[in-house]
Design a protein around this ligand. Structure first.
Ligand code: ADP
Ligand code: ZN
Length: 707
């Protein structure tokens, strides 16, 4: 481990250790090598150029296509007292001129530019006179038509190597696709670069797929688990975004919607409110999330099935960027599959789109560790099951379902394969709906043969039958069902079928997750302290006009809540507290922690330092030692011991309130006479037992510190 880099990481960003690959990448950049960095969203790519930018002489130039992201990053850097700025078309001219001056003066460590801005003649000219420590091309996949977000201006970035052959170029992306990767390297003319391919596994995201019935009700259960926390709900259409957001609002949640059909102004307003924790739930189409850096997203819900695995993974990847857990839940229904299939068929790459849809459908229906499937999709091999997905937490139980399947297939045959899933289930369950009678379905032999099972359970079984290839859907004929050859084998040749049993929870719906265990008293204590710290953070953030996570991340506040630092020294060791933020906010957060601990009713044994803090609180109210002893029902000697500790931790700065000048003089004389500075007894005896032990101890501690 390179301790200089680790020290710099702590000093500037407050982090104690590097995440996987960061250190190797930074070392390569510092050695002026070109690099290609492929890491998932939230993997920690930014530090990989931010730290070299600080350590190398000159200015690091970052090219980024997303204005909102530039702003977020610059705010976060400034919160750590780092000279960073961005220039893009949204800036006022006077501000731009000021920044250009800073750039040519060499007083910026990092400058973020949009590609359009970089490519202007005036900027290129200005940069000629600047000592450039490196270029970072963020969202580098935008350079390739193979990537999913091609930007024409990006294709002109080959001029970087031409104009500045000696300056290292870093290309960063979260897109793993090999063709795109090759294209990036070629276009930037960095064919000999070092390639860093990070793991795409984000273990802190829990994965869950739930049946898409009574979705709104299920969503509310999830929201209750995340009281006060932020999250995103992705919907398929603009209309459903608006509807879901409206329902949530009328149920008292702070929610807003976001989609491409709104004015840019309203969109950015809602985004800003979300980033600043003014609203906690955004209901959005996929358009949302590209340009935001909010690190404390605690849940991501897919109200509908996503179009493909790439999109799904990118969307859930927006959660838990601070490394804390994030719950992700996808709702899966056959209805969505139908809708998406129709979309796909109309698109110009119909075949690919349909194949991709099939993959995500298989993912949703799978009964093996979901993370294994995802990682396999991205070409990584997860050797063990993850333990953090619904399948791992609740391994499926299979049962012999031959008879049940035969009932369904036989009904389908008798219905002449002219119905879809819904009608088949209605017939099996002997439904009394009018269309059943109109079509004479009530007269077929298997009518009502599956009464014992709920509609939902039947749906669950029929989907699996589809998955096993016992039936298929004629998409071109109103989605009616057909019995396949494999199905005929079950029906006529007694072929055996095992299917996964649906699980039933108390509310009667299928569930794949066990309930959360109850919180302990200690956990509740920490939870509340965390909430208080969060309120303080919000206050500070609002007063500075920045998003709360720019002040401290959730991960940092969590650590404060569980370690409750007592002084600045302990505060400095919290991850995320760098030198500047310690000086800026350390005291305020310490005070909040002390205040909370002193007022809480949790026992001293459960909270480190609580007894000292209670004493401190009384000291601050100006109480005497004997009053404190009486009030707290502890020995005077104990109070002195606390005072010594508080003094040594610099929580009290004078001892004059506890020792008179006369007493101090006497103890000092005794120290001089005996030459003892570290033992109490000889001094106590020398002073003829006139001055108590506690006072002597306090004086020695004072004497020690003032040396
Ligand atoms: P990416 O650009 O890869 O999506 P970011 O650079 O935005 O990811 O980093 C995601 C989050 O992780 C940020 O909140 C960042 O502050 C945090 N982070 C980065 N590196 C570390 C680290 N070494 N220790 C703790 N947190 C980190
Ligand atoms: Zn798993």
């Amino acid at each position: 481990m390179n301790s200089t880099l680790t020290k710099a990481l702590k000093k500037h960003f407050g982090f104690d250790r590097f995440r996987p690959m960061q250190e190797e990448i930074i070392t390569a950049v510092m050695a002026k090598k070109d690099c290609l960095v492929i890491m998932p969203t939230g993997g920690g790519k930014s530090i990989c150029f931010q730290l070299p930018a600080l350590l190398l002489p000159g200015t690091f130039i970052i090219i980024s296509p997303l204005i909102a992201l530039m702003k977020d990053q610059v705010e976060s850097l400034r919160a750590n007292n780092i000279e960073a700025a961005f220039i893009n078309s949204a800036l006022e001219f006077s501000e731009e001129r000021r920044l250009m001056q800073m750039l040519t003066d060499g007083s910026l460590k990092l400058l973020y530019l949009s590609p359009e801005k970089l490519l202007t003649n005036s900027m290129l000219e200005a940069l000629q006179g600047v000592d450039i420590s490196g270029f970072a091309v963020d969202e580098a996949h935008c350079i390739s038509v193979w990537g999913h977000d091609f930007r024409a201006e990006y294709s002109k970035l080959n001029l970087l190597k031409n104009k500045w052959p000696k300056v290292p170029i870093m290309a960063l992306t979260a897109t793993a696709d090999k063709i795109t990767r090759r294209d990036i390297v070629k276009q930037l003319a960095i064919e000999n670069c070092e390639i860093f391919l990070g793991s795409f596994n984000r273990a802190n995201l829990s994965l869950q797929v739930r049946p898409g019935q009574k979705v709104y009700k299920q969503v509310k259960t999830i929201l209750e688990r995340h009281n006060r926390e932020s999250g995103i709900i992705y919907c398929l259409s603009r209309k459903s975004c608006e509807e879901v957001a409206a329902k949530l609002k009328s149920d008292g949640y702070k929610a807003a919607y976001y989609h491409a059909g709104m004015t840019a102004e309203r969109r950015s307003g809602n985004q800003e409110d979300f980033v600043k924790d003014n609203i906690r739930i955004i209901v959005a189409t996929i358009a949302f999330g590209m340009g935001i850096d909010k690190s404390n997203i605690r849940f991501i819900i897919h109200y509908n099935l996503p179009k493909n695995i790439e999109g799904y993974y990118q969307e859930i990847g927006r959660g838990g960027r601070d490394g804390l857990s994030c719950e992700t839940v996808m709702f899966y229904s056959y209805r969505d599959v139908m809708i998406l299939q129709d979309f796909a068929k109309e698109s110009n790459q119909a075949e690919i789109q349909i194949a991709k849809l099939k993959r995500i459908q298989q993912y949703a229906e799978a009964r093996v560790c979901r993370r294994k499937i995802l990682m396999a999709y991205f070409g990584e091999d997860l050797s063990k099951d993850c333990g953090n997905c619904d399948v791992c937490k609740n391994p499926p139980e299979v049962e012999d379902a031959t008879i049940l399947v035969q009932k369904a297939l036989s009904a389908l045959k008798r219905l002449q394969e002219k119905v879809g899933i819904g009608a088949l289930i209605d017939v099996l369950r002997g439904s009394q709906k009018s269309y059943i009678f109109q079509n004479g379905y009530h007269r077929i032999k298997t009518f009502g043969a599956g009464k014992a099972l709920s509609y939902r359970d039947w749906q669950h079984y029929i989907l699996q039958m589809l998955h096993h290839g016992l039936i298929e859907i004629a998409y071109d004929q109103k989605h009616t069902l057909r019995v396949t050859n494999a199905g005929k084998d079950v029906l006529f040749n007694d072929r055996h079928v095992d299917l996964v049993k649906p699980l039933i929870d108390e509310s009667g719906s299928q569930t794949f997750l066990k309930p959360e265990p109850q919180k302990t008293k200690k956990q509740e204590f920490e939870e509340q302290l965390f909430n208080e710290l969060r309120m303080l953070r919000k206050e500070i953030a609002d007063s500075k006009g920045v998003p709360p996570y720019v002040v401290f991340s959730d991960a940092t506040l969590r650590e404060m809540a569980s370690n409750h630092p007592m002084d600045l020294g302990e505060m400095a060791s919290v991850s995320g507290v760098g030198e500047f933020k310690l000086a800026e906010y350390g005291e305020a957060f310490l005070n909040q922690i002390r205040h909370y601990i002193a007022a809480s009713d949790i026992g001293s044994s459960a909270v480190k330092g609580k007894t000292y803090i209670q004493t401190l609180q009384l000291v601050r109210e100006g109480r005497s030692v004997s009053e404190i002893a009486q009030e707290r029902n502890i020995h005077v000697a104990t109070v002195y011991a606390h005072l010594v500790c508080l003094f040594e931790k610099k929580l009290i700065t004078t001892i004059e309130n506890y020792l008179t000048p006369g007493e101090m003089g006497k103890i000092e004389a005794a120290v001089r006479a005996t030459g003892v500075v570290d033992k109490l007894k000889p001094l106590y005896e020398h002073l003829k037992e006139q001055i108590e032990y506690g006072k002597i101890r306090l004086y020695l501690s004072y004497r020690n510190q003032s040396k």
